[in-house]
Every structure is written in structure tokens, then in C-alpha cells.
Ligand binder design. Structure first.
Ligand code: ATP
Ligand code: MG
Length: 337
């Protein structure tokens, strides 16, 4: 049985970018395929440590992120596995072995590393190395499909390269994930999804961005979210058009509207073609997003800690079994066993 796998860093509450770009596509795939695929939705808690975190907050965020998975509609059947990365030590083991396969040259090209380290006086090695840990997260489970936002495509390509290089050097151990072009097709989207920062639409929306008004969090009140949309940066061109290059702010609003309402982007774009009032577009998007949040927040209230622990117990037993078997193959291939 093939595996679909994804994880969202639990360093804070998720943004609507995480939700629309990764969580919702994953849940949709899980609903469609969990009859005949394994679906691994894990909490990459080791990845959380690349930003400074408070231990107590981390535990609370882990709990909340799993409640988000459930509230987003994750089907809870036997083929769906929810686990915490740090409860499966094989992840860190494999990371070291893959570190010895990855090269400084390819790691230096990672744009997420450049963005996350920009302007910082001191950068931890984890920020540089986390794409290798991520490659291990994928390869341990022989996952072929990894629904992620567009910002993570480069890391999927890295995982493919490391798997191929390892196999060439040590024998066929890893399943190589499909290319990002095929990932997009499998996810059923035209392109990779990248929701933009509301204040600086040239950048992607990120949960770790400091400015509150640049991002909408899944626990924002619907009113607060509406206000943030109303104050989003647009431009002075006065035409509602989808043009990410020249009008990223307006295009972002159209994109959010399409994903939240479930209407194809071209249809949303043609509905607004010829319109000029950005205020009207913002009101529509604000109302769609606040509607989505109020429904989501009702569902979150319904999931309980007991439900989460039950899922984790089952998921972590499965994950350790699969990951340890793959790690042993790797250890044998490189001569450690
Ligand atoms: P951080 O700032 O902590 O890196 P993040 O918002 O980038 O937070 P991640 O935990 O790095 O979130 O990523 C979780 C998932 O969400 C990944 O699949 C990533 O591609 C996706 N994602 C993150 N930001 C966006 C965005 N703006 N649009 C679409 N998908 C996104
Ligand atoms: Mg990120």
C-alpha cells in the first residue's frame, strides 16, 4: 500500500496559509484515498526547535494542532496515522545518515534557509539542516505523495535527490517520492499553493511572522480576521485582476476567496473581472473567511484530549514499527549492521 504523508510544524497556531495550502489538501486526499493508501499526518515537533520555543507552549501547541487535524475533517480510520516525530527516534537517526549524503552546495541553495536566516546575527544549525530531517521524515515511510505548500517544493526535490543518491551508492533502499509536478496533479490543484502575507504580499504568509495583521490564525475571532482582510495591502492600479507579479495583494485575495469558497480560481477571477472597488472584494473575502473560521472553531470545540491521546497511541505504535524496519535496512546498507 502506498503512503501519503505530511506534517505541519506545531510552533504556534496555524495560519489560513497552512490550512489552505497543506492541511485541507491533506484531509481531502485522506478522505479520497484512505481506503487504499496509508495516510500519515504527523507533528514535526523536532522541527519546532529551530525557532525558540517554550516547552509548555510546545506541548499545548502539539495538542492543539492535532485537534486542528481532527477539526479539519481528517477521517479517523485504521489507515490514518497521527504521530509525534520525537516519539519515533528513527527520524533523528536517519537524519544523521542522510547528513552524510547531502552536500553543502545543495543545502546552501535552499531558499527557506535563506529567508529564515536573513538579517539574523546568529543562525542555529537546525535552520540549515531541517530539510535533511524532513527528507528522513518522508523516506522512513516510503511516502510517495507529500501534500505541502509551494514553499516546501524545493525540500521535496531535495528528498528525491537524497533518496536517489543513497540508492545509487548503497543499493535500492528508498522509495523516491514523485516529482513536484506530479504531487500537484495528485493534490488536484493547478499549481502549488502559496497564500501571501497580508501586509507584504510579495512574501508568503508564515505563522512565525511577528506582525499580527500580516496573517490570519485559525483561532482568530471571525471579526478580527475580517478586520485583517479589510486592512490588507493592495495597490493603486484600481482593477481587480489576477496578476501575482504586478498585483500580488489583490491576487492573494482572489486566491483566498477561491480556496475558502471551493470555487475554481478562474471562476472567481471572471466574476470580478472589470470591477474596480477593492473594498467590495475585501468585504466578500472577509465574509467568506470569517464564515469558514466560525464553522471551524465550532468543530475544534468538539474534539477532546482523550481522542487525541487515543489517536497518538495507535499512530506511534505504527510509526515506530514502519520507521524502525526502514532504518534497519538503511543501517545494513551503509554497513552499520
Ligand atoms: P514557519 O514560519 O514556522 O515556518 P509556516 O507558516 O511556514 O511556519 P510550516 O510549519 O513551515 O508553516 O509549514 C506547514 C505546511 O504549511 C507546509 O506544507 C507548508 O508548505 C504550508 N504552508 C506554509 N505557509 C504557507 C502559505 N503561505 N501558503 C500555502 N501553504 C503554506
Ligand atoms: Mg515554514
Amino acid at each position: 500500500m502506498k503512503t501519503i504523508l505530511t506534517g505541519l510544524r506545531a510552533n504556534s497556531v496555524f495560519t489560513i496559509g497552512n490550512y489552505l495550502g497543506a492541511l485541507l489538501p491533506m484531509v481531502r486526499l485522506a478522505k479520497e484515498h484512505s481506503g487504499d493508501y496509508h495516510v500519515n499526518l504527523f507533528v514535526p515537533d523536532l522541527h519546532s526547535l529551530i525557532s525558540e520555543v517554550d516547552g509548555g507552549d510546545l506541548q499545548a501547541n502539539i495538542m492543539q494542532s492535532i485537534k486542528f487535524y481532527i477539526a479539519a475533517g481528517l477521517p479517523l480510520n485504521d489507515n490514518v496515522h497521527v504521530y509525534r516525530q520525537s516519539r519515533v527516534p528513527a527520524h533523528s537517526e536517519l537524519c544523521w545518515i542522510l547528513n552524510c549524503v547531502a552536500t553543502m552546495g545543495e543545502m546552501n541553495r535552499m531558499t527557506q534557509y535563506k529567508e529564515k536566516s536573513e538579517g539574523k546575527a546568529s543562525v542555529n544549525v537546525g535552520i540549515f539542516d531541517y530539510p535533511v530531517l524532513m527528507a528522513g521524515d518522508i523516506l522512513l515511510y516510503s511516502a510517495e505523495y507529500i501534500p505541502v505548500g509551494e514553499d516546501q517544493f524545493q525540500h521535496i526535490e531535495l528528498a528525491r535527490n537524497l533518496a536517489t543518491r543513497f540508492n545509487n551508492r548503497y543499493g535500492e533502499v528508498f522509495t523516491v517520492p514523485v516529482s513536484t509536478a506530479e504531487q500537484v496533479k495528485f493534490m488536484g490543484v493547478a499549481d502549488g499553493i502559496r497564500i501571501r502575507d497580508l501586509l507584504n504580499p510579495e512574501k508568503k504568509m508564515s505563522k512565525s511572522t511577528k506582525a499580527e495583521n500580516s496573517k490570519i490564525m485559525l483561532d482568530d475571532t471571525p471579526e478580527k480576521a475580517a478586520k485583517k482582510i479589510m486592512s490588507a495591502t493592495t495597490d493603486s492600479l484600481g482593477k481587480i485582476k489576477f496578476d501575482m507579479f504586478n498585483q500580488p495583494g489583490v491576487s492573494n485575495l482572489l486566491q483566498i476567496e477561491a480556496l475558502v469558497s471551493g470555487v475554481p480560481l478562474q471562476d472567481v477571477v471572471s466574476t470580478w473581472a472589470g470591477e474596480t472597488k477593492y473594498g467590495d472584494l475585501k468585504k466578500k473575502v472577509a465574509s467568506s473567511v470569517s464564515g469558514m473560521l466560525s464553522e471551524f472553531q465550532v468543530r475544534i470545540e468538539k474534539s477532546t484530549e482523550e481522542q487525541v491521546y487515543e489517536l497518538l497511541e495507535k499512530g506511534e505504535e505504527y510509526a515506530n514499527r514502519v520507521a524502525n524496519a526502514k532504518l534497519l535496512e538503511v543501517q545494513k546498507a551503509v554497513g552499520l549492521r
